[in-house]
Write a protein of this length. Structure first.
Length: 142
């Protein structure tokens, strides 16, 4: 709030205040805004979906599982068989990717295995188109 002080020019009449008092206008606007917010109905967006009821039946054929182990020194085994080089590994991945129903690939790296070896196996799987791949044995890192 401000106060209008005369300049002391000698006249005894107070100066006329020309500024409009906006406080009542702001109060009225706030009340109208609150009334508008209260009266607007809450929008409930719902999408009707026909979801299946119950548990889905188990798959008729269990998928084949390929176990890939990476040892602490970087050696890779495919279902217990040593994979000598990356070209052989990519060939095995391309065979898995070519099947109509791809096998599940379980990748289990040793806790001390270098990250570059694990990343190389994952990159080879991605390049060849193997999509069902998962890391198992993660509880050893907790």
């Amino acid at each position: 709030m401000g106060m209008n002080v005369s300049s002391g020019g000698g006249s005894s009449e107070p100066e006329v205040m020309v500024d409009i008092n906006t406080t009542p206008l702001i109060d009225v606007m706030l009340v109208l805004l609150i009334m508008l917010i209260i009266t607007i109905p809450i929008q409930m967006h719902a999408v009707k979906m026909n979801l299946p009821v119950g548990n889905p039946p188990p798959p008729a054929v269990q998928p084949e599982v390929v176990q890939i182990d990476i040892d602490f020194d970087g050696t890779t085994t495919w279902n217990g068989t040593l994979v000598p080089d990356e070209a052989t590994l990519e060939q095995k991945f391309s065979q898995v990717a070519a099947e109509p129903d791809q096998a599940e690939i379980h990748l289990r790296p040793n806790r001390l295995a270098p990250y570059k070896d694990v990343a190389a196996v994952l990159a080879a799987a991605q390049r060849e188109g193997a999509t069902k791949i998962g890391l198992i044995g993660n509880e050893q890192y907790m």
